[in-house]
Every structure is written in structure tokens, then in C-alpha cells.
Design a protein around this ligand. Structure first.
Ligand code: PXL
Length: 259
């Protein structure tokens, strides 16, 4: 039997061979946070630290088999979703989450890579909004994704609050908007339906690859360990900030988080 102290998180996301983002970064984050990591590749990318050259879809049938085989054997304490790429994958995943009554779903609505390549086909973001948001414990869009999802451009704290209200009405229990650069601080904001919590950090110069992946998977790890979303977000923010401070110039392109 599984020891009760062993907490398990599952990432369902794309493959990034650099390990800077994607399910590889999620697995390292889980490990760093003291949680056992499971991973289901939802799509594969060919990329290096300079960018993505091509994307290879996983068939919806194979994806379903990956999920079924794993989930009939192991039940994760939390699940993080990242790059899903097609609406078929999103719909298949949502069906399984309901069938298996999976809890603590952290949805990172990935749309574009840090190097500017689209990581979601047309219709995918809408499918995520319709199917996955209502099942989510928390969603973690960045400012750009929040704009695509809400139609609201954020230029101050009040806009951020409006976006969060609008996104929470789509079904998630809580909303965290990341990557706000207000007042020259790195500003994230959490909304639980009642209160707004601003999480501020000193802004670090430079471009970093994988911050969104590490942040959302660190939150999933925190929730798996039994922390609430707020506590998990505070820990996740600290984790990502340290990983950014120690980022590695791995290749010729963007710096990779040190996780
Ligand atoms: O950072 C977003 C992201 C998510 N998932 C995969 C990626 C990237 C960025 O490149 O490659 C697989």
C-alpha cells in the first residue's frame, strides 16, 4: 500500500526536450517540492533554448490510453495541466477528470511559448475555457492569456481585478493572474471569489524560459501536500523567484530556470 506521507502530483503537458518548460520542468518541480511526480505527455515539441521548430500531436486515442492506464492504477493528489494543443485532447481530458472524479486540478492555459510560438491550435483556448475551467481548483493564466480569455487588457490593479472576476465566473474556484508588471514590480494576483491577494516580487531583468510551467506545477505540488491555494501560491512564487535568480545559460538562447 502507498505510504500516507507520499503525496503524488500528475502533470499533463507538452514535452520540452530542454527541460526548461513542459512536463520535464514540472517533474523537476514536483521533486524539488517533495512530491512524487507522474507525467502524461499531451503533445511533443522539437525545441532548444532558441525556439520551437515543430510540434507533433499525440493522437486522442493514445492520449486516452495513457490516462486510462495510469489512472486505473494510481490516483494523484493534484493534477496540473499545461500545453494540451488541441481541443480534442482538452475534451478527452475533461471527460476523464469527471469520470474519475479527479480533484485539485491546476489549469495553466498555455497559449504561446516564451519565444513567441503558438502552443495552442485554434479553438483550444475556448475548449479549455468551456471544459476545464469548471473543473479547476485554480487557473494560472499570465497577463497575455488573461487578455485572450477575457478581452480585457490589463494596465492597472483594477483591470486585473476585473479580469479575475470575469475568469472566475467561468467556473474555477480560484484565479491567479501572473506576470503583471505593475509599478515595476513582478506582480501576481490571486482571487478566491471574495478577496484579492497581490503577490509582489522584485522584478528580475532578462527573459526566462519555463516560469509559467514551474509556477503552476509548484502550486499543484503545494496542494498535493495539503496546503491551500494561497499558501501554495506563496511557496510557488518563492520557488520560481529563486530558480530565476539562479537561471542557467544552458544553450545559445533563453536562460533556463535552475530547478
Ligand atoms: O512555457 C510554456 C510551455 C509549455 N509547454 C511546453 C513548452 C512551453 C514553452 O516553450 O515548450 C511544452
Amino acid at each position: 500500500m502507498r505510504p500516507s506521507l507520499l503525496k503524488i502530483a500528475l502533470t499533463i503537458a507538452g514535452s520540452d526536450p530542454t527541460g526548461g518548460a513542459g512536463f520535464q520542468a514540472d517533474l523537476k518541480t514536483f521533486k524539488a517540492m517533495g512530491v512524487y511526480g507522474l507525467s502524461i505527455p499531451a503533445v511533443l515539441t522539437a525545441q532548444n533554448t532558441r525556439g520551437v521548430s515543430s510540434i507533433h500531436e499525440v493522437s486522442p486515442e493514445f492520449f486516452s490510453d495513457e490516462l486510462d492506464m495510469l489512472l486505473k492504477d494510481v490516483t494523484p493528489d493534484a493534477v496540473k495541466t499545461g500545453m494540451l494543443y488541441t481541443s480534442e485532447i482538452v475534451e478527452g481530458l475533461s471527460r476523464r477528470i469527471k469520470e474519475r472524479s479527479l480533484k485539485n486540478i491546476v489549469v495553466d492555459p498555455v497559449t504561446v511559448s516564451s519565444t513567441g510560438v503558438s502552443l495552442a491550435k485554434a479553438g483550444t483556448l475556448n475548449a479549455i475555457k468551456r471544459n476545464l475551467f469548471p473543473l479547476a481548483r485554480v487557473i494560472t493564466p499570465n497577463i497575455h492569456e488573461a487578455y485572450l480569455l477575457s478581452g480585457i487588457e490589463v494596465s492597472n490593479e483594477n483591470d486585473m481585478k476585473d479580469v479575475a472576476r470575469k475568469l472566475r465566473a467561468l467556473g474555477p474556484e480560484e484565479v491567479i493572474i501572473t506576470g503583471g508588471h505593475l509599478k515595476d514590480k513582478a506582480m501576481d494576483m490571486l482571487f478566491d471569489g471574495e478577496e484579492f491577494l497581490f503577490l509582489e516580487n522584485e522584478r528580475l531583468e532578462g527573459e526566462f524560459h519555463g516560469t509559467g510551467c514551474a509556477f503552476s506545477s509548484a502550486i499543484a505540488a503545494g496542494i498535493a501536500l495539503g496546503y491551500d491555494v494561497k499558501e501554495s501560491a506563496v511557496k510557488a512564487k518563492e520557488f520560481v523567484f529563486n530558480a530565476m535568480k539562479n537561471a542557467i545559460p544552458l544553450g545559445k538562447g533563453m536562460k533556463i530556470l535552475n530547478i
